[in-house]
Ligand binder design. Structure first.
Ligand code: ZN
Length: 137
């Protein structure tokens, strides 16, 4: 039994497990034909290389689990571009906004890792210093 293109695209790019549909929305890119839909999928596999377990911080903050998410482009006629074709065709979706949930969560995650590093002797800060990195976390 062979997967349809949609089923192939619905598999997690990291672990190949079928992903779960989170939501659907219209493609916002001007390059996408009218009626193109973007399906957001999430990997529910806890053994996925992209999975990050939820964590509680010493200060009581809770960071939810991080799961791999990806988009499937569904063309107006219902077809799905073959896997890997996104690198050559026009992108139907825009880069995430800096204030989007994903961006905020990514920065929270980096701050958490920085805080953990601090507790473990601050090796990353030391490396950042060696590299001349002057940005904030
Ligand atoms: Zn996965």
């Amino acid at each position: 039994m062979s997967d349809t293109l949609y089923e192939q695209a619905a598999r997690c790019p990291s672990c190949e497990e079928p992903g779960r549909l989170v939501n659907k929305r219209r493609a916002t890119s001007p390059d996408a034909p009218r009626g193109t839909m973007m399906h957001l999928l999430e990997c529910r596999n806890d053994r996925c290389p992209q999975y990050v377990a939820p964590e509680s911080l010493p200060n009581g903050d809770f960071i939810p689990a991080e799961r791999n998410r990806w988009f499937i482009q569904v063309n107006p006629n219902g077809t799905v571009p073959p896997k890997g074709s996104g690198a050559v065709g026009p992108k139907a979706f825009d880069a995430p906004n800096v204030n989007s949930d994903a961006s905020v969560r990514a920065r929270d995650r980096i701050r958490l890792l920085a805080a953990q590093d601090e507790m473990n002797g601050g090796q990353a800060a030391e490396i950042a210093g060696d590299l001349g990195y002057r940005g904030g976390y």
